[in-house]
Design a protein around this ligand. Structure first.
Ligand SMILES: Nc1ccn([C@@H]2O[C@H](COP(=O)(O)OP(=O)(O)OP(=O)(O)O)[C@@H](O)[C@H]2O)c(=O)n1
Ligand SMILES: C[C@](O)(CO)[C@H](O)COP(=O)(O)O
Length: 233
């Protein structure tokens, strides 16, 4: 059940428009990234965290890790232009084989139960991703004219963590790099090997903080959990 986790945290947060890496933004006074890291820091099954960061953020992140007592970060890697490049840098830093999770630093509300279900599924099938059923109707369009409505019953909104046997994820990134393929998630690289990817149904509140509205949603989720006594920093 032990696993390592690669946390891409090297983005610029352009869509958030905060003028800095959105992972420094406070939620109830605690930076987004610290909320995310604490879930893994406090999980006995997590054997190490590999953090992909922008060089400009290195000192600030290291100071936060000390301030909040995060001790499981085993290595820092510098992120790349795309999220995929940052994750690949983390994958290269993985020492031994076993199970690895890739989890966005911008998703602070992941639950340990989901993590453990993903690890078990990846140990069995090699690749497993968190996702939730789509609630909206999804359509394709060209020049703002609808071209197709996608049958909703088979659609899933995919999140992270995404869990993999390390050998599978490493091969997927190597093949993608060889073929100049860029995907928006790691599972898409594994699918094209091809390799089976299974879904573990997660939670709608496992949001990715992307645009300013997401900060309001995040504050509401945090309050809900604090009222349920789940969070006590
Ligand atoms: N080159 C990149 C781009 C993104 N990320 C990380 O991948 C996660 C998901 O990416 P996203 O939400 O798109 O973050 P940003 O790239 O910062 O956002 P934007 O696209 O709005 O700039 C985030 O934790 C982000 O820090 C990364 O490590 N390296
Ligand atoms: C990996 C991901 O979080 C799955 O939904 C998403 O694809 C990341 O997209 P981003 O634009 O890099 O944030």
């Amino acid at each position: 059940m032990a696993y390592q986790v690669v946390i891409p945290a090297a983005g610029q947060g352009k869509r958030m428009g905060a003028g800095r890496n959105k992972l420094f933004l406070p939620l109830d006074g605690i930076p987004v990234l610290i909320h995310t890291l604490k879930v893994f820091e406090e999980d006995g099954e997590c054997s190490g965290i590999i953090l992909a960061i922008h060089p400009d953020d290195e000192q600030a992140f290291k100071q936060l890790l000390m301030q909040y007592g995060i001790q499981k970060v085993t290595s820092f890697v510098y992120g790349g232009k795309e999220r995929q490049d940052s994750v690949y840098g983390g994958v290269k830093a993985l020492a031994v084989d076993g199970t690895v999770l890739v989890h966005d630093g911008a998703r602070p509300f992941i639950k340990q139960q989901t993590i453990h279900e993903l690890v078990k599924a990846a140990e069995k099938d090699g690749a497993a991703i968190a996702a939730v059923p789509v609630k909206d109707t999804i359509k394709k369009a060209e020049d703002l004219q609808v071209t197709e409505t996608i049958e909703r019953s088979s659609l899933w909104a995919v999140q992270t963590p995404q869990a993999f046997r390390i050998s599978v994820l490493r091969k997927a990134h190597e093949e993608a790099a060889k073929n100049d393929f860029v995907g928006t998630d790691d599972a898409s690289l594994v699918e094209r090997l091809p390799h089976k990817v299974v879904i573990i149904e997660g939670d709608y509140d496992n949001i990715k903080l992307t645009t300013p509205e997401d900060v309001y949603f995040a504050e509401a989720i945090l309050r809900k959990r604090q009222n349920q006594g789940r969070l006590s920093f």
